[in-house]
Each structure stands twice: as structure tokens, then as C-alpha cells.
Design a protein. Structure first.
Lengths: 373, 324, 534
């Protein structure tokens, strides 16, 4: 008992093997479904893989989706680190797009770097502000953040519709879209940049927001594990009474974590509005906020895991289009099924398999468990 | 005057139609949450039931078999939720979310595979739907002022599920407050330990509550597909499950206030259609979006304690783990 | 077997009547903890039987086995002479055993009546069962002096009445044997008197009552027979009339070998920590610390003895700035500190106070963190750990690694997950963190709970060394041995008050045991007071 021999499974089991098994389960069930629908699952996988990575354009689109999923995955993850469930990524992304769009419309004629940086900041600020309210209500009034963020998704949708229909709509237009931005507010496409150095990458939606997403991954890691704010957020998330003992204010940590979460979700607006559409419009978030839940759960709230999970879902989304095209019996909603199964296995049912798998690899100490109370 | 009454009757009529699935779903949520299980998967259960009901009704030409299928699928989903959250103490929000997303994908996938008309089912023939029931004398009384109008337009002419839903409300209230099942249900959501020490299985109670929840969501989904509409369309619930959750919170988890909240929200929706672009003297044009957002804003305000106070069942959302 | 033999001799005029409840050879292990070891108790019918013992003596475990929460590893339970299998509360209820828990098992939003019928409704419809319960309740009220309003909402009733509802619940289920677990802990003195009258009435009606308590006064005032438990074993079963408080206190505390710590005489200096008229409520608003005043001087260890739950935890939390004080003063080196605010704990630390919390797993550490992260909790804003934006991880690992070496944490690996260390080593991580800052005042709660012998010695040596370095230490422990061997002065807390103070040299276990059981310290030779609680 005096020697504190570890009584836990090796890290690779918890952080790699278990997520992979959960993913495998989701894929096996999806495969069975595809089989039941009269298609060959293995062929489906090869079509999917080709559709996602088979040619430059495909890779571009895969990474474009990946960009969104990194943002929303990180958003869900930072909230999870504070033991908060932010289901409001969708609404925060929507508002983030509004922020980016307002900047694009207002100062699109300014020099591009300034506009883009301000656009990024505005997107983060708008998304963060939209998350601040539920966070404040949770921290100070005790309203359940899950319910409040759900409600805020709907409020955001109503607000955006109102703004688009009444204010931003281009006069004389039928659909609720703003005028196009001027050149300064356009995030360069990656294929344009590659073309300049002589590489032909086709035409895809992939733009420099992808780089921003990668930067966010790195910053996320440093913030969560290498700053005192990240330390405080994790303390509150893991053990609130220990945090209070350590002189940390839970309400502050909650608000900070949620604002960052909302800010990250808001960056989806940069990718979509400044990067792809170059104008404000409705419903550009397309459920990306919810994909973030699956991405964060699969990525175990770590930026590297989130990057991989986002890449996986990016590939599924892009490859799914190809699949829907090639297999008449399957549409791209198949991807949503896989997404739901991933959340089910790596989130809701995590207690079913994880303890058993870990037990197989447990380096068992001969002594009693550490908690000898 | 007469015109105003007609307008009002038509509004209430629309409200009844819209509120039916809302009532069913929010009462489904009531059974779940009263037993201590947070269920944000109402949306998914409804959607799953809508698809099942539409498919089976199409194939069998029977609305009742459609209803049975809707209920079965919804109960099945509820059992997955219970398995994850009660048996394995999983995160209830994550599980509900997973099922919502799963069903959102599964419906269109199966719809395409089975009916080959994109992500929706073909139109369902009248024979396989729940059609309006005209109560006796509805036609004859139509011309009697006020009473006749109310009877023939508002009370008569709905399909069976509307009447079922309205009849379910007092029945549910009676179940919750007047039966042994209800007593134990309420107890297990407030203090599962007290139920456990009284020798009642907490797990058993929660599974039973989820079955009821599944049945009600199943009826609600069926209504959407083969009573209110004539086919299954992707995402046809359009957030109604979440709106039901809001109504439940707004009704403070109690039957009558929840019913009224459903009516209020449904009335707002009916009003929204009417008020589009109408210039109200002294107020001006009310943006429809403001009315759309109203239920959600009200719920947030209520949850924050700015307007009254909504106190959920004490144990809801918390897995019951026996203390050692 | 000795205990049960004595019990048989001592039984009241039972004649041929079998014991109402008998447990034979109960064994129960929790992991490596032997919670019940060959426990034998016989409870005669129609009597009030007390079970007394310190924290962790095994009383509650025994009763949980009887009520079916746990299964004994071996042993037998007999009710009315018949062996019974009790696999869950429903079996206990069927066998006529009722339990009044320390934390009431009531649904706050229900009426009294609804709470009473829960689980024994008798039919699918509620109305008839409620009606039946109402008339049965009237009968019980008449018979046992148990008045409650059947339609009151339980959550709105005072605790004393809630407890009556618990008793009624058990009686309504036909309980002939009623177990009460520390029933007076949450009651006012008036409510205690009322409870005792009820229990006496129940006994007159032929019910058998088992009273679990650590308070001698209750045992002496109420019981017919008493079983004393210590360290998971029954050490005595005697007739109450044939014993004395002093005798029971001695049996309860035992004569275990003292862990004497080598230490010289204290040389107390200035008062580093002054507490005056401190009152603290817990988060439910219940008064937990009542008008407590004391000083801790530089170069001394002040021990606070007491059975758990008598306000020590709240006192410590208030001193550490975590719980707000209701009134009174806390001065650290002469200065009042704003504690209990959002950043209270930070202020107190900044004033030079270290705090080793009672419950390291819930408070002192974050078990999912790496040791180096747990090792900076509360000091994570210190300059030496931080650059301008980023924390200096290398410095953190190095510094906590050094602390771990110094405080003999095994293995001294700062990157290992905190929860992977054994209890003793976790405690040494906390101690290292709190003592390394060389604070002037150190608050120490249960420093050796769940810690192995080797680590206990080490921890005790470090605490004494700190005292010798001129620091003020406040030690709270429910382990009497520990208090006795470490403290220079000892205060005893009971029910939120300080009921006595002794120096180490004059302290005896017996005297402390009496005070811990609620006997107020009396001037020598004065008759033991009967009404020592107001």
C-alpha cells in the first residue's frame, strides 16, 4: 500500500484503442445497414474514400468540412473541460457568421488583411457573446446550460431570419441574401494560392480558414494545458469543490469557458461567410454545430484527437456526397447515421465498453485501490 | 363582431391542430423527467415514429397499423435511451442527442431505400390516414351564431388523435396524481434513494416511465406523418421536440400548466401565420420572427427565475448510483 | 463469543422469549477494511438497545447489513428466533424491521401521507390507500404520541417532525423492530426530548428499538441494554443500569497502543490565529459552529477532538476561507481576513495560511490531474509557476517533483495521474504542497485518514518539525490517538461548541471520551450534571 503502483490502463488504450473500437462499432452497424439496403459495404467504403481523398478537389472539400468540424469540435471540447455541455454551437456559429458578415459588408473595401482579421475577431466576439448569456445564466442564476443553449439556437435562428429579411437583404432580391462582399473581405481560396505556385488543385471551398483552424488547435492545447485560465477551467470541470478550495471562482471559469466555446463556434462563420459564400445568407451552419459533439467525444476533448475526428467527419461528409451519387440506394444522410452512432457509442454508452476494455489492460497493483477510505 | 368571432374560432382551430403533437410530446417528456430522466430525444422519437407510421401506413393501407408501428419504433428508441442512461448511467443529454441525430439520418436513408423518392415517402392515400371526424349535427349547427360556429369549426372536424391527445391530458394527470404508479413515478424523480429504501426498484420505475414516454412520442410522430400531413419529410419535426421540452419547463412539469403552455406556444404559431405583414394600429408590424422566438425567450426567462421559477424534479438528469 | 454470552445473562426477564433480533458472527469487508468482525448482538424484545461507538466502529455497517443494503460476507441474522435472509430493504420490511436513517429518506415535495404509503400502497389506486393510511395514522398518533399533520408538505416541516414521519413510515409498514441511526444529530434539545418520549411510548407498546449513537447521555437516559463497538468488533454488551458513563467511555475509546510521537515541550509564542465568537452555518443554513473562540500560538499544535459531524469540518472550512462565517472574527497574525467570499480561499492563502483539507479526494486534489497539477492547486497563480501568458510547465514539474522527493511520495513521478497514487502518497502530495510554502499557520484536517502506518509516522514527524520551527498548527482529527500524541493543547468540540480544553499532559482518553460524547467539562469533584445540554 505504501508504493503507489499505478492502477490504470495505459494511455494508448484510453485515448486510442477505446475511441477506435467505438468508431469501429459505429461503422460496423452502418455497414450492416448498407448491406441491408442492398449495397456492398466494402464498395461503399472504397467509394467513400475515393470521394474524400481520391483527387485534389475532393481533398479540398474534405478539408473544408474538416475546418468547420475543428471549430465546432473545439467549441464543444472546451466546454466539456469545464463540465458544461454546450449544445448551442449551432446558434453561436450562426451569430459568428453575422459578425463576420457585418465586417465584410461594412469595410469590405479596406485592405484585405485588416478586414479579415477584424472579421475573425468579430465572428469570435459575436459567437462568444451569444454563449455568454447562457453561461452567465448558468453561473449566476443556475439555469441549466443545456436547455438554455438549445433555446438560444432557436432564438438565433429567428433573429437571423429577421435580420436577413428585414435588414441585410439586397433590395430587389427574392432570397434573403445580402449583397456580395467587396474583395477585401474575401478569405483566399487555397486552390488560388496553389495556382500561383503552379499547382492545380481544382476548385473547392477550401480556404485559409483551414489554417486558422489548425492554429486554433495549437492555441487550444496551450490554453487548456499551459495557462492558469485553462488550469482553472479544468479544475472546476473535474472537481468543483477542489477548485473552490484552491481559490478558484467557478462562475468565472464557467463564463470564460463558454465564451471561448462560443467564440470557436463563431469561427465557422469565418469559413462559411468570408471563406465560401462571400455574402450573408441563411442557414449556412447546416448542423455543423451538432457534428462538433461527435467530434469532441471521439477526439476525447484533445485538439489532436479533435483534428483527427474532424478529418474523419470531413471525409465522411465529402465522401458521402460521392457515395450518394454512385449508389442509388444511399443518400448522404448515411453520414448523419454514422454521426449519431458515434455519439451513441463514444458518448452515451461509454460506460458499457470502456471499463471492460481498460480492465483488460490494467496494470494492477497488488495493493488496495488508492481510495482507501 | 361576427367576423372577429370567426377569426378567433379559426385561430383556435389552428391552435388545436398545431398543439396536438406538442401536447403529446411534452407529456411524454413529463413522464420521463418526473422519473428523473432528462429526455432531449423527444424530437428523435417523434421523427422516428413519423417515419415508421408513414412507411407502414403506405404499405398496409392502415392508419392504425401505422400508429402501432410509430409507437413501436418510438418505444424502441426510448428503450435505447433507458439502456444507456439507466442501466449504464450514461450521460442523458449525450444519449438524447445521439438518438436525435441517428434518427435524423436514418429516416431519409431508409426513405430513399424503400420508396426511392428522395428523402421522403410518397404521398399517403386518405384511406391510410387519420381523417377529420365530423361530430353529429356539425353541419346543421353551422349557422347558429357563436355556439354553432364553435361547435362545427372548433370542436368538430379533427382527427382522432387530436381528441386522443386532449383526452390523454386528464388521464395523464390522473395517472400521475391518483395512482400508485404516479406516486412512485414522482418519488423516483425527486428522491430515488427514498424509493430504493422503500423496496421499489428505481431502475424498473425509470424503464416504465420511458415506455410511457415512448408511447406518447410515438403517437405524436404518427400524427405528424399520417394525420396532420400526408407523408414523411426529412426533419419534419422541425424542432417541435425541443419546443415540447420548453413547454414542459414552462408548465413547471405539471399537467395543466404544461397543457396551457402548449396551447400558448401553438397559439403563437397560429398567430404568426395570421400576423405576417399585418399592420396593427398603434403597434405597427410585429416581426413574425419575434413571435417565433417568443416561446424560447419566455422559457429562458423562466429558467433564470426572472419570470416565476421553474424547479425541475430534483433527481432529473442524475443517474442513480447506490451509495456504498 | 464472550459478548453474546454476557448478553444472554444480562437479558431482561425474557424467560423463554427469543431475542427480537439476533446477529451471529457477522463479517463484512470493504476492500481491505474489516468493517465488521465476528459481530454478535442479541436484542431482547420490548427493549431499547443502544449501540455506541466512535466513528468507523462499524455500527452503521452492521445496521446496513441488517436492513439489507449490504450483504454480510458471512454470518446469520435471526428475527424472533427464526433465521432470515435479508437481501434488500424489502426483505427487512417484510421481516418487521424498520429503519430511520440519519439522512431522511423522504420525498420533500410529497405530503406526509404520500410519503408514508410510498411502497406499501396496497392497490393500484391511491385514494383508498391514502384513506387507509389516514385512519391508521390516527391510531398511531393516539398510541404513540406522534402528532403530525398528514396533509403537510414534508419539505416544509421542521426536521424533528420529518423524523416523526420517518418513524411513522416504519410503523405503518408494521415494523416491530425500529432502528434509529444517530437520530438526534439534527434535532434541537426540545425535539430530542420529544423523540425520547416517543421512543419510550413505543417500548411500552412492545416495540423493540435499536438506537445507534455516539452520545453517552442518550445511552444512559434511554436504553435498557447497550452494545459497545470498536474497530468493527463488539467489545461489550451490558445492561445500562449496571454500567457507568466512565466505563462505557473507556470501552468505546479502548486501550489501543498509542502512537507516541517524539517531541519536546512546546514553546508557544505570539498568537498567530485568533478566533473569537465564531458562528458558521452550513450551506443548508443549519448552525454548525456556535460561538467558538480560541487562539493558536506560534510553536504549538492545537488539537480539536470530537466525533465527526460536530462542527469541526465547518470550522475548518470557515478558517480556510471557503465557507462564509455568520458572525465573529478570524484574525491571522492580528489581521482580519475576508473569507467566504468568491476568492476567500485565495485571500487566506495569501495571508500565510496552509490548509490540508479533511477530504483530500473531494477537496485537496483533483484525482484526474497529473500529480504536478494537483501539486500546485491553490498556488497556480504563483509567480514561480507562471510566465507572462503561459505557465512554466518545466518549473512546475521540477518544483512538484522536488516536493514529492522531499515528502517521500512514492513513486516520485510528477507526471503520474494523481488518482493512481495510494491514499498515503496522495496525502503526502497535499502536505508537501501546503507545507512547502512555509506558512505561519497550518490547518490540518484528518492528516492520516486512510494512510498506512509508515506514512502516518512520516506525516506526524513533519507536523512536529513544523511546530518546532515556530509555526502555529491547528489539527482536527476524529482519531483520538492522533490528537493525544500530537497536540500540545486539546479542545473538544461537541454540537458546534467547545465543551472543554485540556493540555496534553493532563489529557486522558477517558476524560476526552466523555467530552466527545457530550459531557461538558466540569470542575473536579463536581457531580456529573444531568442537564448539561440546555
Amino acid at each position: 500500500m505504501s508504493i503507489g503502483a499505478p492502477t490504470e490502463a495505459p494511455r494508448w488504450v484510453t485515448h486510442a484503442l477505446v475511441p477506435l473500437i467505438n468508431l469501429a462499432l459505429a461503422l460496423i452497424i452502418s455497414g450492416l445497414l448498407i448491406f441491408a439496403l442492398g449495397e456492398d459495404p466494402f464498395e461503399a467504403i472504397s467509394i467513400l474514400a475515393y470521394g474524400a481523398f481520391g483527387y485534389p478537389e475532393a481533398i479540398g472539400y474534405t478539408l473544408y468540412y474538416t475546418t468547420n468540424f475543428i471549430f465546432t469540435g473545439l467549441a464543444v471540447a472546451i466546454a466539456f473541460h469545464c463540465f458544461l455541455f454546450n449544445i448551442g454551437g449551432e446558434g453561436q456559429a450562426y451569430l459568428g457568421g453575422l459578425g463576420a458578415g457585418v465586417v465584410g459588408l461594412a469595410i469590405g473595401h479596406w485592405p484585405s488583411p485588416i478586414v479579415l482579421i477584424l472579421g475573425i475577431l468579430a465572428a469570435a466576439a459575436f459567437g462568444g457573446a451569444w454563449a455568454f448569456i447562457p453561461a452567465w445564466l448558468q453561473a449566476k442564476r443556475g439555469s441549466h446550460i443545456v436547455i438554455t443553449t438549445i433555446m438560444f439556437n432557436f432564438i438565433a435562428a429567428a433573429l437571423m431570419t429577421y435580420l436577413m429579411v428585414e435588414i441585410f437583404i439586397e433590395p430587389g432580391q427574392q432570397s434573403a441574401e445580402s449583397r456580395d462582399f467587396e474583395a477585401g473581405a474575401i478569405m483566399p481560396f487555397v486552390h488560388d494560392i496553389l495556382a500561383q505556385i503552379g499547382i492545380d488543385a481544382g476548385h473547392s471551398f477550401l480556404n485559409l480558414s483551414f489554417v486558422l483552424a489548425l492554429i486554433c488547435c495549437v492555441l487550444f492545447w496551450f490554453f487548456v494545458w499551459r495557462t492558469r485560465w485553462g488550469y482553472e477551467i479544468r479544475s472546476v470541470g473535474q472537481n468543483e469543490s477542489a477548485a473552490v478550495y484552491g481559490g478558484i471562482m467557478p462562475s468565472r471559469a464557467i463564463i470564460l469557458a463558454m465564451c471561448i466555446s462560443g467564440g470557436l463556434a463563431g469561427l465557422v462563420g469565418v469559413n462559411e461567410i468570408l471563406g465560401v459564400h462571400h455574402r450573408l445568407l441563411l442557414e449556412f451552419t447546416a448542423g455543423y454545430g451538432f457534428v462538433g459533439i461527435a467530434v469532441a467525444l471521439m477526439g476525447r476533448n484533445h485538439p489532436f484527437g479533435i483534428f483527427l475526428a474532424a478529418l474523419l467527419f470531413g471525409a465522411l461528409y465529402q465522401g458521402g456526397q460521392e457515395l450518394a451519387f454512385d449508389m442509388p440506394n444511399i443518400n448522404r444522410d448515411m453520414v448523419v447515421v454514422i454521426q449519431g452512432l458515434v455519439i451513441l457509442f463514444s458518448g452515451a454508452l461509454e460506460n458499457m465498453f470502456r471499463p471492460r476494455i481498460e480492465a483488460l489492460f490494467m496494470r494492477r497493483a497488488r495493493s488496495a485501490p488508492a481510495a482507501a477510505e | 363582431m361576427g367576423e372577429n368571432i370567426t377569426f378567433f374560432v379559426l385561430m383556435l382551430d389552428a391552435m388545436l391542430r398545431v398543439s396536438t403533437p406538442l401536447i403529446l410530446a411534452s407529456f411524454a417528456g413529463m413522464f420521463a423527467e418526473r422519473s428523473g430522466i432528462v429526455d432531449i430525444g423527444l424530437e428523435g422519437k417523434m421523427l422516428g415514429a413519423a417515419f415508421a407510421a408513414a412507411s407502414v401506413a403506405l404499405v398496409t393501407d392502415s392508419a392504425w397499423l401505422g400508429l402501432l408501428a410509430g409507437i413501436s419504433v418510438s418505444v424502441g428508441l426510448a428503450m435505447i435511451h433507458a439502456f444507456a442512461c439507466v442501466t449504464h448511467n450514461g450521460n442523458q443529454v449525450v444519449s438524447g442527442m445521439a438518438l436525435n441525430i441517428l434518427v435524423a439520418g436514418l429516416g431519409p436513408v431508409l426513405a430513399l431505400a424503400w420508396f426511392n423518392q428522395g428523402s421522403q415517402t410518397p404521398m399517403i392515400a386518405d384511406i391510410a390516414r387519420f381523417k377529420p371526424i365530423h361530430l353529429p349535427f356539425a353541419d346543421k349547427l353551422r349557422d347558429v351564431p357563436v355556439v354553432g360556429e364553435v361547435y362545427s369549426e372548433l370542436i368538430s372536424g379533427h382527427n382522432i388523435i387530436v381528441y386522443l391527445a386532449l383526452g390523454m391530458v386528464p388521464l395523464a394527470a390522473w395517472f400521475i396524481y391518483r395512482t400508485r404508479f404516479g406516486l412512485r413515478l414522482r418519488a423516483v424523480g425527486e428522491n430515488p434513494e427514498a424509493v430504493d429504501t422503500a423496496g421499489i426498484s428505481v431502475t424498473g420505475m425509470r424503464y416504465r416511465a420511458m415506455i410511457v414516454c415512448g408511447i406518447l412520442c410515438g403517437v405524436a410522430g404518427t400524427y405528424l406523418a399520417i394525420a396532420m400531413n400526408t407523408l414523411f419529410i426529412r426533419d419534419m419535426t422541425a424542432g417541435m421536440g425541443y419546443l415540447a421540452l420548453a413547454a414542459l419547463i414552462f408548465g413547471k412539469w405539471k399537467p395543466l400548466p404544461t397543457l396551457l403552455a402548449c396551447f400558448l406556444f401553438a397559439f403563437a404559431q397560429a398567430l404568426e401565420a395570421r400576423l405576417q405583414g399585418v399592420d396593427i394600429p398603434g403597434i405597427g408590424i410585429i416581426p413574425v420572427q419575434a413571435i417565433q422566438a417568443l416561446p424560447y425567450i419566455l422559457t429562458v426567462l423562466l429558467l433564470a427565475g426572472f419570470v416565476g421559477k421553474a424547479i425541475p424534479p430534483k433527481a432529473s438528469g442524475v443517474p442513480y448510483v447506490k451509495e456504498k | 463469543m464472550a459478548a453474546s454470552d454476557r448478553g444472554r445473562e444480562a437479558s431482561p426477564p425474557s424467560g423463554a422469549a427469543p431475542p427480537a433480533l439476533e446477529v451471529i458472527g457477522i463479517e463484512k469487508w470493504f476492500g481491505t477494511v474489516h468493517a465488521n468482525s465476528n459481530v454478535n448482538v442479541r436484542v431482547a424484545p420490548g427493549t431499547i438497545h443502544g449501540i455506541i461507538g466512535e466513528n468507523g466502529a462499524g455500527k452503521s455497517t452492521l445496521m446496513s447489513v441488517v436492513y439489507g443494503y449490504y450483504q454480510a460476507d458471512s454470518g446469520e441474522i435471526r428475527v424472533g428466533g427464526e433465521p432470515v435472509q435479508i437481501k434488500g430493504p424489502e426483505h427487512a420490511i417484510a421481516a418487521g424491521i424498520g429503519m430511520v436513517h440519519q439522512h431522511f429518506m423522504l420525498v420533500d415535495t410529497f405530503t406526509v401521507l404520500e410519503n408514508i404509503v410510498l411502497g406499501v400502497e396496497g392497490g393500484r389506486m391511491l385514494a383508498p390507500s391514502l384513506a387507509a393510511a389516514r385512519s391508521e395514522l390516527q391510531r398511531l398518533e393516539r398510541d404513540y404520541n406522534l402528532e403530525v399533520n398528514p396533509d403537510a408538505i414534508v419539505g416544509e416541516l421542521p426536521v424533528g417532525v420529518q423524523q416523526r414521519v420517518e418513524i411513522l413510515k416504519a410503523l405503518y409498514r408494521g415494523a416491530d423492530i425500529l432502528i434509529l441511526d444517530e437520530p438526534t444529530g439534527v434535532l434541537t434539545p426540545q425535539e430530542v426530548d420529544h423523540l425520547f418520549r416517543i421512543l419510550a411510548a413505543l417500548r411500552e407498546q412492545g416495540k423493540t428499538i435499536i438506537l445507534i449513537t455516539h452520545k453517552l447521555r442518550e445511552i444512559m437516559a434511554l436504553t435498557d441494554e447497550v452494545t459497545v463497538m470498536r474497530g468493527g468488533e463488539v467489545v461489550a454488551q451490558v445492561m445500562t443500569a449496571e454500567t457507568t458513563r466512565e466505563d462505557l467511555a473507556a470501552k468505546m475509546v479502548g486501550r489501543s497502543v498509542l502512537l507516541r510521537v517524539e517531541k519536546g515541550a512546546a514553546h508557544p509564542g505570539a498568537a498567530f490565529l485568533e478566533v473569537a465568537d465564531l458562528c458558521v452555518n452550513d450551506h443548508t443554513g443549519l448552525a454548525r459552529v456556535k460561538n467558538v473562540s480560541f487562539e493558536v500560538h506560534a510553536g504549538e499544535i492545537l488539537g480539536i477532538a470530537g466525533v465527526a459531524g460536530n462542527g469541526q469540518s465547518e470550522l475548518m472550512a470557515a478558517l480556510a476561507g471557503i465557507l462564509p462565517k455568520k458572525s465573529g472574527h478570524i484574525l491571522i497574525k492580528g489581521e482580519e481576513i475576508a473569507g467566504g467570499t468568491a476568492r476567500g480561499a485565495r485571500n487566506v492563502r495569501a495571508a500565510g495560511v496552509g490548509h490540508v483539507p479533511e477530504d483530500r479526494q473531494h477537496m485537496g486534489l483533483v484525482t484526474s490531474f497529473e500529480a504536478c497539477e494537483s501539486g500546485i492547486l491553490g498556488y497556480h497563480r504563483d509567480e514561480k509557476y507562471n510566465g507572462r501568458v503561459l505557465m512554466d510547465h518545466t518549473a512546475i514539474v521540477a518544483d512538484v517533483g522536488r516536493q514529492m522527493e522531499e515528502y517521500d511520495v512514492r513513486p516520485p513521478l510528477p507526471r503520474l495521474r494523481t488518482g493512481a497514487f495510494s491514499g498515503g502518497n496522495q496525502q503526502k502530495i497535499v502536505l508537501g504542497r501546503e507545507m512547502d510554502r512555509d506558512p505561519d499557520v497550518l490547518l490540518v484536517g484528518q492528516p492520516t485518514r486512510g494512510v498506512d502506518i509508515g506514512a502516518i509516522e512520516f506525516i506526524h514527524r513533519r507536523l512536529v518539525a513544523m511546530r518546532d520551527a515556530g509555526k502555529a498548527l491547528l489539527l482536527v482529527s476524529v482519531e483520538l490517538d492522533e490528537i493525544l500524541s500530537l497536540s500540545d493543547r486539546i479542545l473538544v468540540m461537541f454540537d458546534g461548541e467547545i465543551v472543554g480544553e485540556v493540555t496534553q499532559s493532563e489529557a486522558t482518553e477517558q476524560a476526552l471520551g466523555l467530552m466527545m460524547a457530550g459531557e461538558r467539562q466540569t470542575p473536579p469533584q463536581a457531580p456529573t450534571s444531568q442537564e448539561n445540554t440546555p
